[in-house]
Design a protein around this ligand. Structure first.
Ligand code: COI
Length: 357
């Protein structure tokens, strides 16, 4: 398919909807799925006819590349009802389509035409619009993903792929402020690796250290850089920000952290609100010192799923450093602005919101 050609999409609608079984007031994150899915295969060097079909299991050869050599990348997005109910919007969707292709390049996978991604997604959302929660904090979580499907045992790039989009109504990812543990034993990524790709392997490698952190009473891990084990990196589920002396500081995008779309939006909003934002290396020693001197007043993570989520405890070298998230002012203001833009209650001066219905 040419990058500019409008994709042909066939639609098969479900005959039995899951809607009556969904409790919109009790939505866990990532456990409920809408009635339909978008699916498109790539083989013979091109994208084939795309389909929207009832949500169902995939049938794949056990020899597929994705099961053995891990060609698997994904995106995370949300669709929202505007607060006044006047339409459904997506937040910077073209950025997700672009980032999927950046991940695809790094993982040696084909580019997904931007039109195929955006038009397919729009049609899918229209069909499953009744799954979008109208409750406060609710949204339709959208998970586009691309996997290598060639049945072949051998370490080389697959010649078949599946691009798929699934969606589901969801509430918030964490809900409350979280605690994070800092390791200097395990690492998530290092320079020259693929830490900035939204690749499944980046998450798989963190599961064991995150489980150990949970056993110690922490919700997640704040990763340090892989080379020096000194500079903070990201949380894995979120990019990280600190407020020190009234300034916001966040690690540089140096290829080792996810290039968060929420991160970028938060930086833009913070600057617009008049805050200074530094993107630079920040060592764990600087953070601990600033915490001990009460100069570090806020810590928070940002991400599509997590939005802007406070962090109220850091564990490092067997010591805990605490903050009271109820005192956080900057992150609260940023969150209010971000959510206001997303829900259409505040002016979208950066032109981020795309109405789909
Ligand atoms: C997202 O924020 O959308 C992600 O993909 C991260 C994951 C923790 C849900």
């Amino acid at each position: 398919m040419e990058a500019s050609a409008l994709p042909t999409i066939t639609v098969e609608q479900t005959t039995v909807s899951k809607l009556p079984s969904i409790d919109f007031n009790n939505l866990a994150f990532g456990k409920t799925f809408s009635d339909h899915m978008f699916i498109c295969e790539y083989y013979d060097g091109k994208w084939q006819t795309a389909k929207i079909q009832p949500y169902q299991n995939l049938s794949l050869s056990p020899a597929c590349n994705v099961f053995h050599y891990g060609q698997a990348i994904f995106e995370g997005m949300k669709a929202y009802y505007k607060e006044d109910g006047s339409g459904v919007v997506l937040f910077r969707p073209e950025k997700n389509a672009e980032r999927l292709n950046i991940s695809a390049k790094r993982m040696s996978m084909p580019q997904v035409p931007i039109e195929l991604f955006l038009v397919g997604l729009q049609q899918l959302i229209k069909l499953d619009k009744d799954f979008i929660p109208k409750t406060a904090g609710g949204s339709l979580y959208i998970r586009p993903f691309l996997i290598g499907t060639e049945p072949f045992i051998g370490v080389r790039t697959s010649d078949r792929y599946l691009f798929c989009i699934i969606t589901g109504p969801t509430g918030s990812y964490y809900g409350d402020a979280i605690s994070v543990l800092v390791y200097d034993s395990f690492i998530r990524s290092t320079k020259g690796g693929y830490g900035s790709a939204k690749a499944a392997g980046n998450y798989a490698g963190t599961l064991y250290p995150v489980e150990l952190a949970k056993q110690k009473g922490y919700k997640d891990v704040l990763w340090l850089d892989g080379e020096h084990k000194k500079y903070v990196s990201e949380v894995g589920t979120m990019n990280i920000f600190f407020a020190i002396d009234g300034k916001l500081i966040t690690p540089l995008s140096d290829g080792t952290i996810l290039e968060g779309i929420t991160r970028d939006s938060v930086i833009t909003i913070a600057k617009d609100l008049g805050y200074e934002v530094e993107q630079r290396d920040i060592s764990i020693d600087e953070i601990i010192e600033a915490l001990e001197q009460n100069r570090l007043t806020e810590m928070f993570g940002t991400g599509t799923a997590a939005v802007v989520n406070p962090i109220n405890r850091i564990g490092y070298h067997d010591k805990d450093y605490l903050l009271d998230e109820k005192t956080f002012v900057i992150s609260q203001k940023i969150k209010e602005r971000l959510v206001g833009i997303q829900k259409g209650t505040l002016e979208d001066k950066f032109n981020w919101v795309k109405q789909v219905i």
